[in-house]
Design a binder for this molecule. Sequence first.
Ligand code: GLA
Length: 390
Amino acid sequence: MIDAFRRLYGSADGIRVFRAPGRVNLIGEHTDYNLGFVLPVALHLATYVATAPARDGKLRIYSEDRRESAEWPAGEIAALTPRRHWTDYPIGVAQELIRAGSPVAPANLLVRSTVPEGSGLSSSAALEVSSALAMLAGRRMAPLDLARLCQRAERNFVGMPCGIMDQYISVFGEERAAICIDCRSLKHQVVRLPDGVAFVAVNTMVKHQLAGSAYKERTEQCAAAVDVVRARHPRVESLRDVTPAMFDEAESSMPPIIARRARHVVTEDARVVEFVAACREGAVERMGELFEASHRSLQHDYEVSCDELDFLVDAALGIEGVYGARMTGGGFGGCTVNMMQPDVVPHFEREIVQLYHERFGIQPGIYPCRPSWGAEEEKNLERIPAVAQL
Ligand code: GLA
């Protein structure tokens, strides 16, 4: 990466490289913006941003994936408006840094990523967090402040009303473990994954148009459900506060679509809690059942799945040695996450590739999940992948 940087910018004096991982969410989907629980794993797939000071007053950024560069006078960053372009992520972050009193110095940036874009493995958060660290260039920021700043960049500048999960796991990821985030207190517990189970993500390679608008619509429907419950329970502030009993009582007062959305969130929070307990006991069969129940709830109640995801889940569940399968991330395409006995992984990969290809004529991406540590400066330059490799 140093050589690539030198070729691009003529010099690599003062270069530093920062890394932020993508993630796969094991369970707890569409619960984060309802202040509930999520259980993501940070992946070995990550975004790397190399940076060195620039002498000409500009902030310049080059993406190897897109083979595209952009530049701005550093003094004008605070006034930029979104362009619906990949640079909205780093610029959104830069604006939030400036707003937080941390000026962005002129610099040359080079972005390399192994997180497949649009795959639901959170390439956006990986880009936000790695860019933020590069622009901080070693200045300290508390990890939670960093995660929240990147979430604000996505909400305020990119315009996606996301929860905190993706940025949080990118900052706080742990090797060999998932983390259970309480999205209200913004604290987490480390959850060791049992031996004897492997997680593999499978990429549909599709991203349906609906993704952005449907996400916002779901946040509004959840707010509408809270309003109905609040009429009887004034202290309820989010679906996190709604117990199954409270939901049962309020259900008939809700329009059916709102009731289905709320039922997903209320039951999904309970599934996360149960999954964590099953994980600690090594109850892999139960974990698998909860995976499937989560998927069915997302498919039928929350309606954020799609044919490709449903097909991959059903196909996976038919393969010997698979404990469970579900969509992961926002939905409408992207990846499934599959839980299985480690020795069936090669067979699973062959089968799922063939079945999916037969049905959709598409070669799916396969990513064995290796839980990795959270964002930091990458001091061991040998560890940076030479080219995008999965
Ligand atoms: C996207 C958002 C997250 C979360 C998931 C769904 O990845 O960025 O905040 O809401 O969808 O669980």
